[in-house]
Design a binder for this molecule. Structure first.
Ligand code: ADP
Ligand code: MG
Length: 541
């Protein structure tokens, strides 16, 4: 009998070799299945309820994957690429997951037959290289000759990004708003200078774009009704100071033995508050915004002096006001002078649905705008916000990187044709592998068809034929159940989305293929899992 060699701590879970690779690929397939039906203009949405019972309806790959709380270590890679696609370009998050999953699915038979992972990885890298060169060669640069031309280009890209979302019926309306919002920014196009506010009620078309800062009226005390509701021009004091009497509330212990002493304490408290208020009024501000509470005494005091005030303003709104209007957020009332006040042309308070909104317009410093969204249910508004985020990112990307390709599977079909043609010119295993990747790229048009209920095989055959005859922009026509020149149909997407999606998908596939062993240490305090739960050699983790 050989003595048993114990190498790893008891309870360590290891699995390795080909079965491990195949099981990782299978896990990725399950993730893909979770999001595949959401792709494209006819894609479905997902309703996800988390442990706290909060329901989210979404069509956005990254959002869905984030909410799924996936724990499988290999499958997590796909979640990560969706997230990075979201952060990097903001759209194409479902596509990237689908592509990575499909590449893996297509090479799985080769893995099972024993082709070495390194050879597969090399073929994927080679295909990626060919695709990148082709996209760069094909992408159409739109000359920035006139402002109008640039605008139409941006609106088309925004509309394509939104055509797969819940709000696709209003996509032209929102495309205009989104382009206006992005064009109002300065050259760096900072995303955080576009605020999005949601007000339930009303219809989507009642959404509006405010050029300037806007935020919901915060909680306020009596005396507020008497405060003026508009100024032009307007000086704004931005504070991080509590303007409230707080003696009764704090747990300080004060020992007094007669009423006069107590009155002194109360008076001192009031005096401190009045001193602060007087200093603020002295500075000449018309509007006082504070991150902390502004109590009833202060509200009345300001109202008597024709000053508008709002307490408990959310920090991001305060920051945006500061960036837009200048000035500084003060933490003490002692040195509030005219030069720390923000300035804007007009301030007014208006009614939007059931909410009061404070609007600051004509801000001199940074250019900023705020979208006020209207619509029925809360979840619906949240999804609208996410869709607009995608569109905003796309418009920003297109401004920075003004080349576009046709969507609707057109670019993927063309790349697929290129790879297939290339594969015929080489010999050996690589030929089959590159042809497999070429097949993998077809997942995008195929899924677009499947989700719309079209006959995918039929449409793909037509597309393959068109592309081999040189119709490079032919893709799925969602409205006619046919194929069409999607460049002429104005289904445009910035080429950067496709470049990023393909790169990320290929990298993720390579990474998953290059893992052939997973070792998982037992969690502290966890009972050793020998045999338990069916894990072990070659089994999924
Ligand atoms: P992603 O999260 O990957 O952006 P979407 O659900 O937004 O996923 O779907 C994007 C896909 O839908 C892209 O491949 C795009 O080309 C395609 N698409 C968008 N609009 C149209 C359209 N009008 N006709 C055909 N395909 C479209
Ligand atoms: Mg999209």
């Amino acid at each position: 009998m050989q003595p048993q060699i114990v190498l790893l701590k008891e309870g360590t879970d290891t699995s390795q070799g080909k079965p491990q690779l195949v099981s990782n690929i299978n896990a990725c397939q399950m993730i893909v299945d979770a999001v595949r039906t959401t792709l494209g203009p006819r894609g479905m949405d997902k309703l996800i309820v988390n442990a706290q019972g909060k329901a989210t309806i979404s069509n956005d790959g990254a959002t869905i994957m984030k909410l799924l709380e996936i724990i499988h270590p290999a499958a997590k890679t796909l979640v990560d690429i969706a997230k990075s696609q979201d952060a990097e370009v903001g759209d194409g998050t479902t596509s990237v997951v689908l592509l990575a999953g499909e590449f893996l699915k297509q090479v799985k038979p080769f893995v099972e037959e024993g082709v070495h992972a390194r050879i597969i990885i090399k073929a994927i890298r080679k295909s990626l290289q060919l695709c990148m060169d082709k996209i760069n060669e094909m992408a159409v640069r739109i000359e920035k000759q006139s402002k109008e031309e640039q605008r139409t280009l941006l609106e088309k890209c925004a509309a394509t990004a939104m055509s797969s979302k819940l709000i696709h019926q209003q996509k032209d309306f929102f495309a205009r708003i989104v382009v206006d919002a992005v064009l109002s920014l300065d050259e760096l196009l900072p995303l955080n200078m576009i605020g999005i506010k949601k007000v339930t009620g009303g219809s989507l078309e009642e959404s509006q774009l405010v050029s300037g800062v806007a935020f919901k009226k915060t909680f306020s005390y009596a005396g507020f009704e008497m405060a003026p509701k508009s100024y032009a021009p307007c000086k704004i004091a931005l504070l991080n100071i509590e303007l409230e009497l707080k003696a009764e509330r704090d747990n300080a212990e004060v020992r007094v033995d007669n009423v006069r002493e107590y009155q002194k304490i109360v008076d001192a408290e009031w005096q401190i508050l009045y001193n602060k208020l007087a200093k603020i009024v002295e500075s000449g501000a018309n509007v006082v915004l504070s991150k902390l509470a502004i109590g009833d005494v202060a509200t009345q005091y300001f109202a008597d002096r024709d000053i508008f005030c709002a307490g408990r303003v959310p920090e991001e709104d305060l920051k945006r006001t500061m960036k837009a209007c200048g000035g500084a957020v003060m933490t003490t009332a002692n040195d509030i002078k005219a030069d720390v006040l923000g300035l804007c042309e007009t301030f007014k308070e208006v009614q939007v649905g059931g909410e009061r909104f404070n609007l600051f317009q004509g801000c001199p410093n940074a250019k900023t705008s705020t979208l006020i969204l209207r619509g029925g249910a809360e979840q619906f508004l949240e999804e609208t916000e996410r869709s607009l985020h995608d569109a905003i990112m796309i418009v920003r990307r297109t401004i920075k990187h003004d080349s576009v390709v046709a969507g609707g599977g057109a670019i993927e079909m063309e790349l697929s044709r290129l790879l297939r043609d290339y594969s015929r010119t080489i010999a050996g295993k690589e030929q089959l592998l590159i042809a497999a990747i070429a097949k993998g790229l077809e997942i995008i048009p195929r899924q677009l068809c499947d989700n719309a209920g079209f006959d995918a095989t039929n449409i793909l055959n037509k597309l393959r034929q068109k592309h081999s005859l040189g119709g490079q922009w032919y893709g799925v026509d969602i409205t006619k159940e046919d194929i069409s020149d999607n460049f002429e149909q104005c289904v445009w997407e910035p080429s950067i989305i496709k470049i990023n999606a393909l790169t990320a998908a290929a990298e993720a596939a390579c990474m998953i293929l290059s893992v052939d062993e997973t070792i998982k240490s037992p969690k502290a305090g966890e009972a050793p899992m020998a045999g338990g739960m069916g894990r072990g050699m070659g089994r999924p983790m």
